[in-house]
Write a protein of this length. Structure first.
Length: 314
């Protein structure tokens, strides 16, 4: 199968028929074999009834329905599990992503050799104050931390080689960082394509300001997990050593100064005493956190699970 098109949705009953008809028109015109996987993230409207009706008329449309709302990351993760196409394309269900971009995205994966292509909505129709400005700050921070030079990490319109989506796990709210997850998994051919951003035709946006706060917290989490999940002591041990060293030096300084001047103020009356004590305690706590994390990592089911590109003679 050429394409698997994964569409997470939440309360999008009005847009689904138009979206599926548009996808069919584009794929038929280019003679692509395809499937559309609609993942209903606990909608409270008639979205699932629409999915069921669309499925009855076209067996290329498949549906997954969550019992409650779990979030976009969970919907994408289940869609990735079900996908069987050589190229997997994700898009939002609100018609702000154009299916006309499908051929270009597919070409960049299969012909140009990218592992992942992320859309860049260069011209947007969102509110500039509440969405555009925070989005630019978010993308700048992610570029700096991840060293992946994309303009729009959070664009829902993306294309993947099938191996990519089968090698990563999207959880929490990590859908914003799928390019980062892919990079940590070893897929470094990550490209970008300018795509059309359409004004919302039906319904209202499902995202608010809190997604940017959560986004930066998730960025910190994914950076730590990507670098130190199999060697947590390298992180906690480094910072534990630094704090303990500072505390030890301050303690040594206090003892020497006390010996040199026995008539000086008591050690407990000096700010340096509390700085030394705090540094020693923090250092020991970080060491203990590192030891506990190492025990957890060494007993984790995936402690020796690695993604292998290929083997020869085995």
């Amino acid at each position: 199968m050429d394409l698997s098109i994964v569409v997470p949705l939440f309360n999008e009953e009005e847009s689904l028929p138009e979206l599926c008809a548009w996808i069919d028109r584009v794929c038929t015109e280019h003679q692509f074999s395809y499937e559309v996987i609609l993942v209903d993230d606990g909608s409270t409207d008639d979205s699932w009834e629409v999915v069921t009706r669309l499925r009855a008329n076209d067996d290329r449309i498949k549906g997954i329905r969550f019992q409650r709302n779990y979030g976009k990351s969970a919907a994408l993760n289940e869609g990735f599990k079900a996908a069987s196409g050589d190229v997997v394309i994700t898009m939002d269900a609100d018609l702000q992503d154009s299916p006309d971009e499908i051929p270009g995205l597919r070409h960049m994966i299969l012909v140009e050799g990218f592992d992942l292509v992320s859309g860049w909505k260069k011209k947007r129709y969102d509110n500039k104050l509440t969405k555009n400005l925070p989005s630019k700050l978010f993308n700048a921070a992610t570029r700096k931390v991840s060293s992946i030079h994309l303009h729009d990490f959070n664009c829902g319109l993306k294309a993947y080689r099938r191996k990519v989506v089968k090698s990563i796990e999207v959880y929490g709210e990590m859908h914003r960082y799928i390019p980062v997850l892919a990079k940590w998994a070893g897929f470094r051919r990550i490209g970008e394509k300018v795509v059309e951003h359409r004004a919302r035709k039906y319904g209202v946006t499902k995202f608010g300001w809190e997604r940017f706060v959560n986004g930066f917290l998730d960025l910190m989490s994914i950076t730590f997990v990507g670098k130190f999940s199999k060697r947590p002591m390298h992180f906690f041990g480094l910072w534990g050593s630094l704090f303990f060293l500072v505390g030890f030096i301050l303690t040594l300084f206090l003892l020497i100064s006390k010996i040199a001047d026995p008539e000086a103020h008591p050690l407990t009356n000096r700010p340096a005493f509390y700085l030394a004590l705090t540094s020693l305690v923090i250092g020991m706590q970080l060491f203990l956190a590192g030891f506990v994390s190492e025990l957890v990592a060494r007993n984790a089911p995936g402690r020796n699970s690695y993604l292998i590109e290929e083997k020869s003679g085995l």
